[in-house]
Design a binder for this molecule. Structure first.
Ligand SMILES: Nc1nc2c(ncn2[C@@H]2O[C@H](COP(=O)(O)OP(=O)(O)OP(=O)(O)O)[C@@H](O)[C@H]2O)c(=O)[nH]1
Ligand SMILES: [Mg+2]
Length: 313
């Protein structure tokens, strides 16, 4: 079947197969992505991040249900940074989201991170584009907040939601100084536990002290297990979207994402061509020998390799 055309009609199997091609770095994926690209740009990308076990998946589950009631088509990419590659990474999550899994207008996919830098997989942005082209209104990316992953999700998403839970100083620990750039919305989940009110207050105080931004992140309380506070969260995501559109920030974010993607792509291409070159002519082994026998230093060797490369066109 013509995968790109099928993806554009919203065919779930075609979407699934395309994502697998992307994960496997199949050269065909590149052609499909090229064909889909002109049809992207209308999906809302929403990031959900936060420490392990704060209830991100439970929350995502309820958000899907809420958005379905609002007539939206939703795709979820659940990223597991501990898994080196794709495939059933977060099986538990899938089972939990089973109701949604059977819904024709909901697509849930787990992926491992392949990224060498501990960040989001480079493939994530491409997968988001596939969902976008397939007509999903909302594309949710769920990932455990582990430093780089949070930064990366904020670059990719239009709206980034950081989830925390009540507990002495825990919330504050998560939204550390310097991480203030990341959340557009902060959710204190498990508000049924003690200390939720205090957590909200602490966070709001910290936000008051933080350098002012045009959009002040809002702090919301949810009880994902009881489906409480979800409507307010969806409203707030809508409000943020409206803000992005009105202020031209939406365009800014798109530009940033484009730039990041392009830098990643170019870096990857350079890396591949350099590796191919130095491995093919046996030069690598020769230079390694010189290093291990202490004839040259690794830095000098790196310079020597680079100096010997053909300039790329
Ligand atoms: N008390 C309480 N427990 C909750 C709430 N929401 C989720 N939980 C529980 O918290 C635990 C973790 O929930 P998950 O949704 O798996 O959390 P997560 O953040 O996706 O976890 P990881 O993906 O492992 O990082 C589960 O046992 C949930 O039932 C809530 O509002 N209140
Ligand atoms: Mg989870």
């Amino acid at each position: 079947m013509d995968l790109a055309k099928e993806v554009l009609t919203g065919n779930k199997r075609a979407v699934s197969r395309t994502i697998t091609l992307i994960e496997n770095k199949d050269p065909v994926a590149k052609e499909i992505i090229d064909e889909l690209y002109p049809h992207t740009g209308s999906g809302k990308i929403v990031g959900i991040t936060g420490p392990p076990g704060v209830g991100k998946s439970t929350l995502v589950d309820q958000m899907i249900k809420g958005w379905r009631k609002r007539g939206k088509k939703i795709a979820v990419v659940a990223i597991d940074p501990t898994s080196p590659f794709h495939g059933g990474a977060i099986l538990g999550d899938r089972i939990r989201m089973q109701d949604n899994f059977l819904d024709e207008n909901v697509f849930i996919r787990s992926m491992g991170t392949r990224g060498a830098h501990g960040g989001l997989s480079e493939a994530t942005s491409e997968v988001v584009n596939v969902f976008d082209a397939a007509g999903y209104d909302i594309i949710l990316i769920e990932t455990v907040g582990a430093g780089q992953a949070e930064v990366d999700i904020a670059k990719l998403a239009h709206t980034t939601t950081v989830v925390v839970v009540p507990g002495l100083g825990d919330a504050i620990q998560t939204i550390k100084a310097g991480m203030f750039e990341i959340p557009d919305i902060i959710v204190v989940n498990k508000a049924d536990l003690r200390g939720a009110e205090e957590a909200v207050m602490e966070l709001e105080m910290m936000l008051d002290w933080a350098p002012k931004k045009a959009w002040k992140p809002s702090v919301l309380k949810t009880m994902a297990l009881k489906n409480d506070g979800i409507e307010e969260l969806l409203d707030e995501i809508e409000r943020h979207w409206g803000y992005l559109k009105e202020t031209g920030m939406l365009y800014e974010r798109e530009r940033e994402r484009c730039k990041e993607d392009l830098i990643d792509l170019v870096t990857e291409k350079i890396r591949e061509s350099v590796l191919e070159e130095i491995k093919s002519n046996g030069k690598l082994d020769m230079i390694v020998k010189k290093i291990t026998s202490r004839k040259i230093t690794p830095y000098a060797a790196a310079d020597e390799i680079l100096a010997g490369l053909e300039p790329t066109k």
